[in-house]
Design a protein around this ligand. Structure first.
Ligand code: ACO
Length: 414
C-alpha cells in the first residue's frame, strides 16, 4: 500500500478593519481528508508537556530538563512529581508525595490470595497485566475518573495507587513462583528500596537502591510510544485508569517494545563468551535478523538513555563481577554500529538496561515488568493530560476488500 498525503492550499484573503488591512501571515496547508500513515510515524494525535524527544540529535527531556541531569541528580519520586506537576517539587511537596505513595504501597489481601492462585510458571507480564486489572475490583474510586475537577482528582488518586502498588505486585508474584512467603511492603523505604526489599527479603545496599532508582528515572516517560498511546486511547473513551494501565501493560509486553530488554539478556546468554560475539552478530546481520536492543522509531542517533546506562552498566558490572556481560555488549555494539550506524541504528534504552538489571540481581523474565513499574508513572501522567483535553481517539482504516459482493447461500458455497 502506498502512502498518500492529500492537501489543499488555502489562499489568504486580506481583511479590512477600519483603516487597517490585515493579511494572514502565510498560506496554510491542511489535509483535505484522511491520510494513510502506516504505523502513525508522521501523525501527531496528542499534546504533552511531559517529555520532549529530538530523535535526530539524541535528546530526551522531561519537562525541559535533560534526562542525564535527572539521572545524575534526581530520584524516581521527584521525577514522578516533575512529570505529574510539570515542575520540580519543593522539599515539602516532595515529602508529601513520598508519604502519599508509601501509604499506598500495600495491596489488598484478596490480591495476595489471587497471586497464590497463579501457576508458578506464569509469564510475569501476564501476571502483572492481570493483577493491575484486578486492583480495580478493590478501589471504590475506580470509576470516578473523568474530565471535570472531581474526575481529574480521582484520576490522580488512582495514579498514585497504581505507581505505589505495582512494585508490590511484581515482587510478590516473583516470591510466589519460587514458593517463598510474601514480603509486605516497608512504608519507610523509597520505591526502589522497597521493591528490592520485597523481592529479596532483605534491605538492599545503597548502591543497589540507587542503581534501580536511576533505571526507574530513565524509563519513566517517552513521548507517545506504543504503550502510552494505547493507554491514551483507552482513557479517551472515558473508561478508567485501571483499564488504561491494563492496556498499556499488554502493549509494553511485545518484543518490539518493552519486551526487547529480556530478548537482549537471552541473546547475551546464548552468545556466552566474548570470542563468540563476532560470528553471532555478523551471522544475524547477514541473515537480516534483528539485533534486539538496537534501533528505534524516533531515535536515529544514540538514545540518550542508553548513553547513561552504558556508563552505569560498566560500573555495576565491574562492581558485581559481571564485566564479561558488559564487554560482550560493547562488542555487539561495535559490530552493529560498523554495519548499521549510517542507517540510524544505535543501541536503545533496552540494550544496556539488560546488563544493569542482571547485575541488580533481577531475573531476566522480570525485566519488562521493571520497565512497566517505572513507565506506570508516564502512562498515568499521559492519561491525566488526555482527560484534561479529551477527544475520542478514532483513526480510520483504508478498506482494501471487495465491494458489492453477493451473499451466497451456504449450500452454494465452494
Ligand atoms: N537490528 C538490525 N537491523 C535493524 C534493527 C535491529 N535491531 N532495527 C532496525 N533495523 C533495520 C531494519 O531491518 C530496516 O532495514 P531495511 O531498511 O534494510 O529494511 C531499517 O533498519 C529501518 O528499520 P525499521 O523497521 O523501519 O524501523 P522501525 O522504526 O519500524 O522499527 C524498531 C523500530 C521496532 C524498534 C526496530 O528497530 C526493532 O525491531 N528493534 C529491535 C527491537 C527493540 O530493540 N525494540 C525496543 C525499542 S525501544 C523501546 O520500545 C523501549
Amino acid at each position: 500500500m502506498n502512502s498518500t498525503t492529500v492537501s489543499a492550499n488555502i489562499t489568504p484573503t486580506p481583511v479590512t478593519i477600519s483603516t487597517m488591512t490585515i493579511t494572514p501571515a502565510a498560506p496554510v496547508s491542511v489535509p483535505s481528508g484522511p491520510i494513510f500513515d502506516k504505523g502513525l510515524a508522521n501523525t501527531i494525535v496528542a499534546e504533552t508537556q511531559m517529555s520532549f524527544i529530538d530523535g535526530g540529535k539524541g535528546v530526551l527531556e522531561y519537562v525541559g530538563i535533560e534526562i542525564d541531569a535527572l539521572a545524575r541528580n534526581s530520584t524516581f519520586e521527584e521525577t514522578v512529581y516533575l512529570l505529574w506537576n510539570t515542575k520540580l517539587p519543593t522539599k515539602a511537596e516532595l515529602d508529601g508525595l513520598r508519604s502519599a505513595l508509601q501509604a499506598e504501597y500495600e495491596i489488598p489481601d484478596a490480591i495476595y490470595d489471587m497471586i497464590k492462585s497463579f501457576p508458578r510458571d506464569a509469564v510475569p507480564m501476564h501476571a502483572l497485566r492481570t493483577l493491575v486489572s484486578a486492583l480495580a475490583l478493590h478501589d471504590l474510586d475506580a470509576d470516578a475518573c473523568g474530565t471535570d475537577a472531581a474526575g481529574l482528582a480521582a484520576a490522580k488518586r488512582t495514579s498514585l495507587r497504581l505507581v505505589a502498588k505495582t512494585p508490590t505486585l511484581i515482587a510478590n508474584f516473583d516470591r510466589h513462583r519460587q514458593g517463598k512467603a510474601f514480603v509486605r511492603p516497608n512504608t519507610s523505604f523509597d520505591i526502589a528500596t522497597n521493591f528490592l526489599w520485597m523481592l529479596n527479603g532483605e534491605k538492599p545496599t545503597e548502591a543497589m537502591s540507587r542503581g534501580l532508582d536511576i533505571c526507574l528515572i530513565l524509563h519513566a516517560d517517552h513521548g507517545l510510544n506504543a504503550s502510552t498511546f494505547a493507554a491514551r486511547v483507552t482513557i479517551a473513551t472515558l473508561s478508567d485508569m485501571y483499564s488504561a494501565m491494563t492496556t498499556a501493560v499488554g502493549t509494553l509486553k511485545g518484543p518490539l517494545h518493552g519486551g526487547a530488554n529480556e530478548e537482549v539478556m537471552i541473546m547475551l546468554d546464548e552468545i556466552g563468551s566474548m570470542d563468540k560475539v563476532e560470528s553471532f552478530v555478523k551471522g544475524k546481520l547477514e541473515r537480516k535478523e534483528l539485533i534486539m536492543g538496537f534501533g528505534h522509531r524516533v531515535y536515529k542517533a544514540y538514545d540518550p538513555r542508553a548513553t547513561y546506562l552504558k556508563t552505569f552498566a560498566k560500573q555495576i558490572a565491574t562492581d558485581t563481577g559481571n564485566l564479561n556481560l558488559f564487554n560482550m555488549s560493547q562488542g555487539i555494539e561495535e559490530i552493529v554500529l560498523a554495519a548499521k550506524a549510517d542507517k540510524g541504528i544505535f543501541p536503545n534504552v533496552d540494550f544496556y538496561s539488560a546488563t544493569t538489571y542482571h547485575c541488580l540481581g533481577i531475573k531476566t523474565d522480570l525485566f519488562t515488568c521493571m520497565f512497566a513499574m517505572s513507565r506506570m508513572s508516564g502512562w498515568c501522567g499521559h492519561c491525566i493530560e488526555q482527560l484534561q483535553d479529551n477527544r475520542l481517539i478514532r483513526p480510520q482504516a483504508k478498506y482494501t476488500g471487495p465491494h458489492a459482493a453477493p451473499y451466497v447461500a451456504t449450500a452454494d458455497r465452494r
